[in-house]
Write a protein that binds this ligand. Structure first.
Ligand code: HPA
Length: 281
């Protein structure tokens, strides 16, 4: 079955739960799922109930779409995302973005837990993604292109929306916490990086490194969505002072930083709601 038809089947299944057409799609990263609990009038659709969706297996993820309202805006949130290291294909990992877009979402807010490469960053800091480097071994757009979904050669000169980046930084300043701008580098994982790799990543211009986000952003840009990407620095990756990874510490740091993420997400949505209201007048 063609991708287009699989998307339509998934959209029909989600709509059958009586959801409001979403304006915003939200993807919540490892240890960052609680933002979904603030969604009002939530209708929850487990991934098992959606044709062609895969299940999420990783710890810190549950696996459901949460549809409802946040700051007055209709949203659809993925609680639990798919990773390449779980064995999914790039098409499977980005399928939910296609479904969000087909449901009506025009804006994608995507979050992740990431390692900090920039020595000015600290564990628990927020990084607003201003650009990315794809060092994964694939791309969701490889294969025949369906022009109904997007162009063959999508432009990547500005994948992350400038206005939203500035707005997110402004929210952090107003709320009195640290948020940086930075370049996100994506690898497949699942192993953490070697010291030589961290050194290389820093050298080529990356500020944070993680195992997600870039495939979803490529699909979103292909589909014509505006994108805001947010990393939570869960561990520092300084090649000359590297400590062994502690997964519990990563999850704990993500949980501690989550209120900051929630503030940025709700601030951005409130801003977007005001903008839409203004446009409709
Ligand atoms: N590397 C890759 N992915 C990550 C890291 C890291 O150091 N920390 C959290 N996700």
């Amino acid at each position: 079955m063609e991708l287009w038809d699989r998307i339509q089947e998934a959209v029909d299944a989600v709509r059958s739960h009586g959801i409001v057409p979403p304006h915003v799609g939200i993807i919540l990263g490892t240890g960052l799922g609680r933002v979904a609990q603030q969604i009002r009038d939530a209708k929850v659709v487990p991934y098992e109930a959606i044709p062609h969706f895969t299940r999420s297996t990783v710890i810190g993820h549950s696996g459901q779409l949460v549809c409802g309202r946040l700051e007055g805006l209709a949203v659809v949130a993925m609680e639990g995302r798919f990773h390449i290291y779980e064995g999914y294909t790039y098409q499977q990992v980005t399928f939910p973005v296609r479904v969000m877009r087909a449901l009506g979402a025009q804006l994608l807010v995507v979050s992740n837990a990431a390692g900090g490469l920039n020595p000015h960053f600290a564990r628990g800091d927020i990084v607003i993604i201003e650009d990315h480097i794809n060092l994964m071994n694939g791309n969701p757009l490889i294969g025949p292109n369906d022009e109904r979904l997007g162009p063959r050669f999508p432009d990547m000169s500005q994948p992350y929306d400038r206005g939203l980046i500035e707005r997110a930084l402004e929210i952090a300043r107003r709320e009195n916490f640290v948020a940086h701008k930075g370049v996100y580098l994506a690898v497949t994982g699942p192993n953490l990086e070697t010291r030589a790799e961290y050194r290389f990543m820093r050298l080529i211009g990356a500020d944070v490194v993680g195992m997600s986000t870039v495939p979803e952003v490529i699909a979103a840009v292909h589909a014509g969505m505006r994108v805001l990407g947010i990393s939570v620095v869960t561990d520092m990756c300084l090649p000359d002072a590297l400590k062994p990874i502690d997964l519990d510490e990563i999850l704990a740091t993500a949980a501690e930083a989550e209120p900051k993420l929630a503030k940025i997400v709700s601030g951005i949505l409130a801003y977007e709601a005001a903008r839409l209201h203004h446009e409709s007048k």
